[in-house]
Write a protein that binds this ligand. Sequence first.
Ligand code: NAD
Ligand code: UGA
Length: 367
Amino acid sequence: AAWEKQVRLSSTPRRTNGFSVLVTGAAGFVGSHCSLALKKRGDGVLGLDNFNNYYDPSLKRARQNLLSKHQVFIVKGDLNDGPLLTKLFDVVPFTHVLHLAAQAGVRYAMQNPQSYISSNIAGFVNLLEVAKAANPQPSIVWASSSSVYGLNTENPFSERDRTDQPASLYAATKKAGEEIAHTYNHIYGLSLTGLRFFTVYGPWGRPDMAYFFFTKDILQGKSIDIYKTHDQKEVARDFTYIDDVVKGCLGALDTAEKSTGSGGKKKGAAQLRVYNLGNTSPVPVGRLVSILEGLLSTKAKKHVITMPRNGDVPFTHANVTLAFKDFGYKPTTDLSTGLRKFVKWYISYYGIQSKTRKESQATGESG
Ligand code: NAD
Ligand code: UGA
């Protein structure tokens, strides 16, 4: 069938010993960037995404259009569709899965808790079941999250720090994913690598994240809410630029062991690995806002809320020594540089929507 032909074409590598990678969440922010990077270096890539409407699906379709120009095909489907996943693995002998599909976002869990259980727990298990039964068994690299550190106060966070105090249901499902991964590695010998991303930002980013809607609201002259910690300090995040995260994902794929199909007790069986992928330099949210003000040549209308946002953690800060040691991960983009690239993309994608911005451009003040 035409569909099968497209699936095969997209997932066939063009370089010698190239990978065949199933990228779940390929129409998402991180997934679209990783799919492009893999395809550009000669790996075969097949995307899977359900194009849900958690945020504007037209942005997901625009990312899909970009990928299709590079011969990356995205199958529309859900992680929970077992027969579909089995069919994909029947058609393609995937060497790797880069599993990025999830219900992301911290606050939305209070509106729609079930979507976190369905995608991040049930969907993940469904994928592992299919991968376990596949021949060959793929190596799996998947997105965990810095949120697993929860209310941990070690600074910076290392992979061995405690992760038993999640602050949101999102964090709890990501932590559950790590525990579930351990069992599939232990019993079935699946090679599993979890990546704890730290607040990733950049072009083609997620409209539900603060840097994105701050940019929109500043340009439109709307006020923005800035939350504080319980003890009235500034909240800080280890904001990490997308290109650094992409390099980390590819490094983790490149160094992933082969699945053995024989369980973790056997000598030489694949290990379960977990790594931080952060920027190693946390920035207070107030500083994020002032960088954006400079780039947009517009003052933000700040509304300071003297309480934490529900589900928020006070700070995040990655120690990335382990990822550096194992696959040379080294973040190179500071927040000002990365935000400049984001703002450039934002304006070219959405156009300039604010009068203030147009006026400041006319008077040559634009930065
Ligand atoms: P995203 O929402 O842009 O991408 C996720 C994609 O998965 C979306 O396109 C969505 O349509 C798809 N999806 C969701 N549920 C699905 C399902 N059940 N079946 C099929 N497709 C489904 O998010 P992102 O920022 O690209 O995040 C990628 C991964 O990284 C997620 O697992 C997220 O939890 C994790 N993460 C992201 C950040 C960040 O700051 N962006 C930080 C830590 C962890
Ligand atoms: C982000 C992603 O949204 C999660 O999907 C991801 O798992 C998480 O990073 C992670 O690193 O694991 P978060 O850091 O909370 O979560 O990102 P934002 O929602 O963009 O918030 C960033 C900061 O801005 C937070 O400190 C938050 O308190 C602050 N903020 C957010 C405000 O001050 N005002 C707002 O209106 C929104």
